[in-house]
Ligand binder design. Structure first.
Ligand SMILES: CC(C)(COP(=O)(O)OP(=O)(O)OC[C@H]1O[C@@H](n2cnc3c(N)ncnc32)[C@H](O)[C@@H]1OP(=O)(O)O)[C@@H](O)C(=O)NCCC(=O)NCCS
Length: 402
């Protein structure tokens, strides 16, 4: 327990605090929170109780984390803290309460020994100062299905079945698990998260129908129908594919929804969908956004957990303005495997910890950060090698929101 200069107590929440935390969540996130919803979150954070800020008897701030395992480039599953439900009451904003809560929270995450901390950000300007960088990229894409014609070279492997999602649970969970193990940024998905998906509550359908499912041995789609301005829209809630064939087969099935005018889906930047069509322009990107943010808690452990595309011998200096997780490190990569050890040598690459978080899953490039002066490398060859080495063979993608 600590007390801020303004007399606010920062402490671990108890059972009795949950109703007040729920109310604070409802006010801060402007979304309804009911008992069932609270029970769901309580199960997810079990083992790591929330940290709260208390002013007299009012809960005026809260933060918590969900224990997770996330895949990094190369396929290793790394333990991580999934920081979530971060709130400060509108009566107490911009007085340093988030900083006080985060200082305590990250001290605990550090003690737990996990090398990564993850979050999704309500606003883009808050978390860089705490060492978090946006680490996955998704687009929202809109496809005018009426004119979409498969390219003559597009595979047509078939093998797609229509299912009621709740009746084909194993087909979905099996594919997800295989996809998760090869996709950087994807977390292991707990059974209670699946329960919520298959329960498909009306309040969570966003104005759409109940879920429809398409499954293939190596992929699946969950989608809803909804009314758009000019006709019916199929909104893809989730598409997960382990193989190229599953990707091609499932998109052919979606594009076969003859009386649907548009299909909306979230795609990663390198999704091959435009190349499966004779007119790739039909895949119109309507937004591009971040999903998962990464803060590296332990630089050597995190950098040694992932694999790299090319050999590397580089000294990096990582600056961490929030905690003292930075320093100078000699990073050596041979055949994809890294060794990262503290060093006193002159750094060849200098960057802030949030930038390293953005490079970590391979979704952002060192040379792009260098162009913005967010990464300094005096030798262009060194920059080139770092740029290549940190790439990943598959687009990074967050597995489930939290
Ligand atoms: C975001 C929120 C938690 C901030 O709480 P707060 O107590 O006002 O934040 P603090 O006063 O401790 O600010 C900490 C730092 O973040 C900055 N900051 C806080 N909110 C910010 C915002 N919305 N945009 C940009 N910077 C912000 C502050 O300027 C401060 O910077 P500094 O310490 O480097 O000077 C609070 O506004 C909130 O509950 N918002 C609604 C719910 C939400 O969006 N939660 C985040 C979920 S990801």
């Amino acid at each position: 327990m600590t007390t801020t200069t303004a007399g606010i107590t920062i402490r671990t929440a108890t059972e009795q605090d949950w109703p007040k935390i729920t109310l604070l969540n409802e006010i801060c996130f402007v979304t309804p929170q009911n008992e069932e919803f609270t029970a769901h979150w309580r199960q997810l954070v079990s083992g790591a109780p929330p940290i709260i800020a208390v002013d007299e008897d009012a809960v005026v701030g809260a933060t918590m984390d969900i224990p997770m395992t996330v895949t990094v480039p190369g396929g290793e599953g790394v333990p991580a803290a999934g920081v979530t439900a971060v709130t400060v009451a509108p009566t107490h904003r911009r007085r340093g309460l988030l900083r006080a809560l985060y200082t305590e929270h990250h001290a605990r995450i550090r003690t737990s020994g996990v090398p990564l901390s993850l979050l999704t950000a309500s606003e883009g300007g808050i978390y860089g100062r705490f060492g978090y960088g946006p680490a996955t990229v998704e687009t929202t894409s809109s496809i005018d299905r009426r004119f979409a014609v498969p390219h003559p070279r597009a595979p047509d492997p078939g093998g797609v079945r229509m299912v009621h999602p709740a009746e084909a649970r194993v087909a979905f969970t099996d594919v997800y698990d295989r996809w998760q193990r090869v996709t950087p940024g994807a977390q292991v998905r707990p059974g209670i998260v699946w329960n919520r998906i298959f329960a498909d509550r009306e309040s969570e359908r966003g104005g759409g129908t109940s879920l429809f499912g398409l499954v293939h041995d190596d992929g699946y789609v969950l989608y809803r129908r909804m009314s758009g301005d000019n006709g019916t829209v199929a909104r893809v809630e989730e598409i997960r594919t382990v193989t190229r064939d599953a990707h091609a087969a499932l998109w052919r099935a979606l594009l076969g929804l003859d009386l649907v005018r548009r299909i909306e889906a979230h795609l990663t930047p390198e999704d091959p969908l435009p190349y499966l069509l004779t007119d790739g322009r039909l895949v119109r990107t309507t937004s591009r956004h971040d999903e998962l943010w990464v803060r590296i808690m332990d630089v050597p452990a995190a950098l040694e957990a992932r694999r790299y595309r090319t050999d590397l011998d580089v000294v990096i200096q990582v600056d961490d303005g929030f905690l003292d997780a930075g320093g100078r490190f000699a990073l050596t990569v041979r055949d994809g495997t890294a060794m990262c050890i503290p060093t006193d040598s002159t750094p060849q690459v200098v960057l802030d910890l949030d930038v390293l978080g953005s490079l970590y899953l391979g979704a952002h490039r060192a040379r792009t950060f260098a162009a913005a002066n967010r990464l300094q490398a005096a030798d262009p060859d060194v920059l080139d090698r770092v740029d290549h080495a940190f790439g990943a063979d598959r687009d990074a993608q967050m597995g489930w929101p939290f």
